[in-house]
Design a protein around this ligand. Sequence first.
Ligand SMILES: Cc1cc2nc3c(=O)[nH]c(=O)nc-3n(C[C@H](O)[C@H](O)[C@H](O)COP(=O)(O)OP(=O)(O)OC[C@H]3O[C@@H](n4cnc5c(N)ncnc54)[C@H](O)[C@@H]3O)c2cc1C
Length: 306
Amino acid sequence: MDNISTFIRQLNTAAPDLELREYEPMSRHTSFRIGGPARLMVLPRTGGQAHTALSLAAELGIVPFFLGNGTNLLVSDRGYPGVVVKLSGQERFSRIQPEGRRLSAGGGVLLSRLANAAWERSLTGLEFAQGIPGSVGGATAMNAGAYGGELSQVLNTVTALMPDGAERTIPAAECSFGYRKSIFSGGEMLILEATFLLEPGDGEAVKARMEDLAARRREKQPLELPSAGSFFQRPEGQFAGALIEKCGLKGAEVGGAQVSEKHAGFLVNRGGATAEDVRRLMELVRETVLRETGVRLEPEVKFLGF
Ligand SMILES: Cc1cc2nc3c(=O)[nH]c(=O)nc-3n(C[C@H](O)[C@H](O)[C@H](O)COP(=O)(O)OP(=O)(O)OC[C@H]3O[C@@H](n4cnc5c(N)ncnc54)[C@H](O)[C@@H]3O)c2cc1C
């Protein structure tokens, strides 16, 4: 018996209510709509279930991959032979709890919902996040940002499950936030919850700002096609999209993958793209941009199963 079969057997005994899915197609869980099956997906609804899953995994030497909303992820066509953990359910991980200027949110809460909850309470600070399609867990790990804002500016604490199974609440100042990275980027800690500290504002102004940013996104970004957002990190003092466009790559295609005609920083799935198409297109873009401009583009998107 392989160690994942052993893991499943042990989980069925230790946490009979925990949802497990074998060979779960990852294309159902990524905004690219790409990706073969994960050998095992574990969907904890409670802290206890998450704790049991991580502790048993550690005992068996299994290192799980933590999945959020899959909006910054390219999963290989072969899938992932390991264990994927995705927070689920209607309880702890999808709850938003307001307390004055503070909003606590489960790791599975979508940022759009969180930003709307802030607006409903006339709290300002999360307007920038409304159009980022990630979850609180994924966006905190990535320190997601847009239009001059990033999560680290409004995060107060992050509650995570450590590899040893202990739950810890970490002040934001200790999370080593940087450009699209944090202490959680290494993939060892599972973010269960985060607390945001916002400022009292004017509800109408908050709404107007969110609508303005949404309109700017609709105008500039290919939201009508599956993608993982900006594929590359912003090179120091430059914009990846502008460099790619300058190299004449707008609209370049490999199989079903394309450099978006609307925003060259986005690689999109025009229909039926494989992960291999996207990977080859990424290489074409990186090689061309390096040759033509001397700038080395680094992917912002995470890779799984390659
Ligand atoms: C149309 C579109 C627009 C976008 N615009 C923006 C933008 O403006 N700004 C921006 O920053 N990003 C943007 N993105 C990218 C993406 O939405 C963000 O990076 C987001 O933060 C990813 O969150 P997620 O929940 O989807 O994470 P996933 O893609 O599922 O995972 C991303 C990383 O976070 C880790 N992770 C996920 N959940 C957890 C958890 N609970 N605990 C620990 N680690 C975890 C994963 O292991 C992985 O390393 C865009 C994407 C799309 C498709």
